[in-house]
Design a protein around this ligand. Structure first.
Ligand code: SAM
Length: 351
C-alpha cells in the first residue's frame, strides 16, 4: 500500500461506511466478472497481451465510452492491469493482471475451477431470491450429495481432485497425521488425499470411506496411481453405517464443512465408537474465521439447495463445542496458512 495514511482507521465512521460499500462493491464485482467471461476477455488479452481500450472495444463491439468504464472497473476489481491511463484516454492500455494470469493462465484459457464457480453461481443467481425464500420450487438437480453418476464424477474429479493440493499441503505442514499407521479418511473423495498421504509417509495405510459411486471412482483412481496395496476403499454411508474399526487416526478432510453441526456431532460420536484406543481425530477444514467472503459465496448458493444444512462453515468455537460434547479434547490447532483456506484441528478422546 503506497499511502497507508489514506486508509480509514478501524472502527471509524468512514470504516463503517466502507464496509457498507464493500457489500455494494461485491455486487458490482460479480456482474463485471460474469461479463468478463461472457466477452472472453481472458482469452483475448491472454492471446494479444495488453491492448488500447479503443482496440479492445472495437474487437468486442463495445461502445467506446461505456466499454472504457467497464475495462477500468475490471482493473479496479483486480482482474485487469491498467496503464497509460492518467487522462483516461482511448489509448489507455488494459492487460491481464497478475491475479488473472494466476486464475486463468498466461494465455487466459485455463482456470476451469474458477470458471465453473461462476457457472454454478449463474444457475441460481437469476432465480428470484424472494420467491425462493418464500418456498418456490427449486430447479431440478439442485441437491447434495449429488444424485447422478455424472454429477458425482464431475464433483470428485473436477472439483475435489483438482482443488485438493492446498488441503494436502496444509495437512502435511501441520504434521497432524505424520505418525499414523492406519488412517481412515472419511468422505475421502476418489482417494487423491489418501494417495498423497501414502506417498509422503511410507509407513502409512489409508482406507477411504465413501458412498458407492465415489468409492468406485476411488478404486479406479488408486489403481491408476498403483497404490492398491496402501490405499484401500470401504464403501459406506455415514448416515447409515458405523465406521470400520481399528484405525489409529481418523481424518475428515474438507468433509465437515458440507454438514451442519448436528451431523458433525453424530459423526464425532461414530468416530469415538470406532477409533482405536489412544487414537487421534484430525479435522482439516475451511473455518469461518478469515473466510467470510468464501463462506458468503458458497452459503448464498446453498440457500437454493434444500439438502444443504445451515451454517456449514463453522467457527473454531463450534468445532470445539461439538468435540467436547462428543467426548473429545482438542490437543492442537494449526491455523490456515497463506496458501490455502484450511485449518487443522487435532483431538483425542477426553479421559
Ligand atoms: C467435499 S468432498 C471432500 C473429498 C476429499 N475428502 C477431499 O478433501 O478432496 C466430501 C466427500 O464426502 C463424501 N460423502 C458425502 N456424503 C457422504 C456419506 N453420507 N457417507 C460417506 N461419504 C460421504 C462425498 O462423496 C465426498 O467424497
Amino acid at each position: 500500500m503506497k499511502h497507508p495514511e489514506l486508509l480509514a482507521p478501524a472502527g471509524s465512521l468512514r470504516a463503517m461506511d466502507s464496509n457498507y460499500y464493500s457489500i455494494l462493491g461485491g455486487g458490482a464485482r460479480l456482474r463485471l466478472l460474469e461479463v468478463f467471461f461472457e466477452l472472453q476477455i481472458p482469452e483475448l488479452l491472454g492471446h494479444h497481451g495488453p491492448m488500447p481500450a479503443q482496440q479492445i472495444c472495437v474487437l468486442l463491439g463495445l461502445n467506446l465510452h461505456r466499454g472504457w468504464k467497464f475495462l477500468h472497473l475490471l482493473a479496479l476489481s483486480g482482474l485487469l492491469e491498467e496503464s497509460n491511463g492518467v487522462y483516461s484516454g482511448d489509448e489507455t492500455l488494459f492487460g491481464l493482471s497478475a491475479d488473472a494470469k494466476y486464475f486463468f493462465g498466461p494465455t487466459g484459457t485455463e482456470g476451469f475451477f474458477y470458471r465453473d464457480l461462476v457457472g454454478f453461481w449463474k444457475k441460481v443467481a437469476n432465480l428470484s431470491l424472494i420467491d425462493v425464500l418464500r418456498g418456490a420450487p427449486l430447479p431440478e438437480g439442485i441437491n447434495w450429495p449429488y444424485a447422478t453418476r455424472e454429477s458425482v464424477e464431475h464433483f470428485e474429479y473436477y472439483w475435489m481432485r483438482l482443488t485438493a493440493a492446498g488441503s494436502i499441503d496444509t495437512l502435511l505442514m501441520s504434521q497432524a497425521v505424520a505418525k499414523a499407521d492406519k488412517l481412515l479418511d472419511i468422505g475421502g473423495g476418489d482417494g487423491t488425499v489418501g494417495c498423497a498421504l501414502c506417498s509422503a509417509y511410507p509407513h502409512m495405510q489409508v482406507t477411504v470411506f465413501n458412498l458407492p459411486v465415489s468409492a468406485e471412482l476411488a478404486h479406479t483412481h488408486i489403481a491408476e496411481r498403483q497404490m492398491t496395496d496402501r490405499v484401500h476403499v470401504h464403501e459406506g454411508d455415514f448416515f447409515k453405517d458405523e465406521f470400520p474399526t481399528g484405525f489409529d487416526h481418523v481424518l475428515f478432510n474438507r468433509t465437515l464443512a458440507d454438514w451442519q453441526p448436528t451431523v458433525c456431532k453424530m459423526l464425532f460420536d461414530k468416530v469415538k465408537r470406532s477409533m482405536a484406543p489412544g487414537g487421534k481425530l484430525v479435522i482439516n477444514e475451511a473455518m469461518l474465521e478469515g473466510n467470510t467472503d468464501f463462506t458468503l459465496a458458497w452459503e448464498f448458493r446453498y440457500i437454493f439447495y434444500d439438502s444443504y444444512g445451515r451454517a456449514l462453515f463453522k467457527p473454531l468455537s463450534v468445532y470445539k463445542q461439538l468435540l467436547e460434547d462428543a467426548g473429545f479434547r482438542i490437543t492442537k490447532v494449526t491455523p490456515m496458512r497463506d496458501e490455502a483456506f484450511y485449518s487443522v484441528i487435532e483431538a483425542e478422546v477426553a479421559i
